[in-house]
Ligand binder design. Sequence first.
Ligand SMILES: Nc1nc2c(ncn2[C@@H]2O[C@H](COP(=O)(O)OP(=O)(O)O)[C@@H](O)[C@H]2O)c(=O)[nH]1
Ligand SMILES: [Mg+2]
Length: 325
Amino acid sequence: MEMEIVEKITNGDRRAAAKLITLVENNFSQAQDILKKIYNYTGNALVIGITGPPGSGKSTVTDKITKILRGQGKTVGIIAIDPTSPFTGGALLGDRIRMQDLSLDKGVFIRSMSTRGHLGGLSQATQATVKILDALGKDVIFIETVGVGQSEVDIVKVADTVVLISMPGMGDDIQIIKAGIMEIGDIFVINKADKEGYERLATEIEMMLDLNQNKRWRPPVLKTIATDNVGIKELLKEINRHIEYLKESGELEQRRRESVKKEMFDLIQEQWKEILSTFIDNGFLNKIVTKIVKREEDPYTAVEKLSNILVHSYTKGGVKSDRKD
Ligand SMILES: Nc1nc2c(ncn2[C@@H]2O[C@H](COP(=O)(O)OP(=O)(O)O)[C@@H](O)[C@H]2O)c(=O)[nH]1
Ligand SMILES: [Mg+2]
């Protein structure tokens, strides 16, 4: 069954891909056995992160770029990560409707992921989904995510190129961009340039970028009106220019190495969490807690000892309550 699903995905079977993504979301450890086998078929897609505040036009921009790419014969995967959707467990209704015509296109695979309910962590699930779409044969994969908070930043860091979308009239929202994600943007887009305040925002962003001198790549600041398809071609041109830069400078490999490191770190953490909950039983833990509460031992020493025991006994079947520490 595993081999079958691998074969299906690498042959472009969308349903098989969708099934595996669901497995990734619901039962990561089970999905891992299949992910192991598809890894060899990945590494071909370009991954583009689209991030920015809610309502700035991320989905609209993604939709328009996708249409150009489709016109060039390229296939596209879109992973929309939605932090808010309380009831659908997927994309906001607006996204669905906006991207409906795309979802009829067999060359486009759209998947929305809820930020909730990922046992193995959202970042891990996203990385796995990128691989699945890559193995499915998608040339370009977009990750759309709201750029607030560290976890969002972590997610978008797996992308080769990060497009940061803002819009005029955000008021102090510019602070959010400054605080969290300014340094991860490779390309800055001011969307809704039909609205008042474009010039001021552009100046502010340019000024912030000026402070960041030690970069070999100076992020361009672009102007779009996504709903009218204005500036989208230019954006795609800049994305391609950035990819070229990444390749020539060796930064593409560097970024992918960082991304693998991060993924490994995530996986190790998750695995150890699992080990901890499986291998330390409650009776054993209670004994230690009693000692700590009675001030017979401090929690720091107790954890140090515990870690040592865990490392040594992991392969021998775990730490049981009858064990002496
Ligand atoms: N006026 C104007 N509205 C836009 C533009 N781009 C997107 N919108 C609208 O802004 C709203 C939010 O866009 P959406 O792409 O869903 O934003 P997201 O939340 O960042 O994905 C939608 O109603 C869009 O139609 C633009 O360039 N100008
Ligand atoms: Mg959206």
